[in-house]
Design a protein around this ligand. Sequence first.
Ligand code: KIV
Length: 267
Amino acid sequence: MSSIKNIKDFAKMKQSGEPITMITCYDYAFARVVSETDTDVILVGDSLGMVVAGFETTIPVTLDQMIYHSSMVRRGAPQHFIVTDLPFMSYHVSIEDTMRNCGRIMKECGANAVKLEGGKDFVPVIEALTRASIPVMGHLGLTPQSVHKLGGYSVQGKDEEQRKIIMDDALLLQKAGAFALVLEMVPEQLAKEITETLDIPTIGIGAGRYCNGQVLVINDMLGLNKGFNPKFLKRYADLYATSMQAIQNYCKEVKEHVFPAESNVFK
Ligand code: KIV
């Protein structure tokens, strides 16, 4: 059962020391499965552009796609706390444009909150959304929408200058009203210091053991994303191999006239 019903529960979990479990989800079928587990938060991540749609980056993902997938997830997990990622360029143009886009996410998918990538440049956006009662989860460290600026998907915050920027950004996001913060691909020690400094919880992916929670991409942790094997990832299943074997068995049985069997036919 999820321990999170609303944004106040995030702070409560940080205080109690119970780790927050977050997992991405993109459709109704998996949302039903996730909703029966101890997952606290479902993230409809723009990672769907890569693991579902097969793009090389998250940049092509549109607002309409995020709404489409989030509404499927909401139907599969009606009681869960759902965070929807704001896709690239949906919160960069102006506050007015951002408010309109986030209004659509809240109304059309029934999301509980939005997540956006970036630091101090997005403080005015976070303040405006928070004033409009749209809860915001921040995202620092490796911010995949900035892959072209960062020059790849590498660990962030390794030198003193970068560490200071990430720590300062974390404090600014908290002050602006963010209720939680994703830290992606940063050294464990930096994530620990940020976690100890902030009042809001941190949720890590590739950020070590001391965050207040963890998040993984569902396709990666279930082994559906063949060939993707970064150090931070733990695979809890091999659904690629299991699915392939099941489909292969089906093909074999059809070819050999074993399926459909007498038990599968209407009389
Ligand atoms: O898009 C996504 O799935 C994410 C997680 C990796 C945190 O932002």
